[in-house]
Ligand binder design. Structure first.
Ligand code: ADE
Length: 250
């Protein structure tokens, strides 16, 4: 998969060199290219923003540098087959970023990220590229960040770990919270490892019982309990038919 990020803070994307994403790059599974938006400005001050039409606080990112940058980046690629490039614009006004959306994005051969600072990018940019590409305006949560770069890091990590061969154990994301499957719509329950006793705290006996059926039941109960406590909204929107008798007893 190819990822391009156009930003006024290229150094903000340095974490893409470490850990899971960094390793995926080193292995050639991910081709990440970070670009400085100011390279596509032509004035002495490398201006990327201006005051909003209609007044109001803050500044708006100018369309010209974004247009030139996106044209240059999109023209540099041949990954136009199949689904082609998709433009991802992080914004608090976007659609919520979910595991389902991470999976959808992980199927694309090429993602181009346009993280904004200030009050956002002139709307005409999104409208212009929306005519040629799939544009995803995405929010990573109901809060306002100073810019979209942190959202790019979040989205990239969630997408990269879904790419074939990126996670060591292909089963690792099968039981993730929000993964489709038997525990769909339930959060993952607690996990334990050695030693069997730590600071006087032991582990649940069932986990060393060797009884796979009982372990599965316990995991489901714990997942249900945690979901009911931390995310009652997930239980409420669940299809009641997806619960079994054991769930309802909790
Ligand atoms: N930019 C600022 N806030 C954001 C958010 N919550 N999600 C995505 N991009 C953002």
């Amino acid at each position: 998969m190819r990822l391009d990020v156009i930003t006024i803070f290229p150094e903000y994307l340095e974490p893409l060199n470490v850990s899971l994403v960094g390793k995926a790059r080193a292995r050639g599974q991910l081709d990440v290219r970070v670009h400085d938006l100011r390279e596509w400005t032509h004035d002495r001050h490398n201006t990327v923003d201006d005051t909003p039409y209609g007044g109001g606080p803050g500044m708006v990112m100018k369309p010209e540098p974004w247009g030139e940058a996106l044209d240059a980046v999109l023209d540099s690629g041949t990954e136009r087959d199949g689904a082609g490039p998709a433009l991802v614009v992080p914004t608090p006004s976007g659609r919520p970023f979910t595991q389902a959306l991470a999976m959808e994005l992980s199927e694309r051969p090429w993602l181009v990220f346009a993280p904004a600072r200030y009050e956002g990018i002139d709307r005409r940019v999104i409208d212009e590229y929306g005519q040629r590409l799939d544009v995803y305006e995405v929010s990573i949560g109901d809060y306002v960040l100073a810019g979209g770069e942190a959202a790019v890091l979040v989205i990239t990590e969630a997408v990269a770990r879904l790419l074939p061969g990126v996670l060591g154990n292909a089963e690792s994301h099968r039981d993730d919270s929000f993964a489709p499957g038997a525990m769909a719509d339930l959060l993952e329950g607690p996990v334990y490892t050695k030693p069997p006793e730590w600071r006087g705290r032991t582990i649940p006996d069932v986990l060393v019982s060797g009884h796979h059926g009982k372990i599965a039941r316990w995991r489901r109960d714990e997942a249900f309990r945690r979901t009911a406590s931390n995310r009652p909204d997930l239980i409420e929107r669940c299809d009641p038919a997806s619960f079994d008798k054991g769930d309802r007893a909790i």
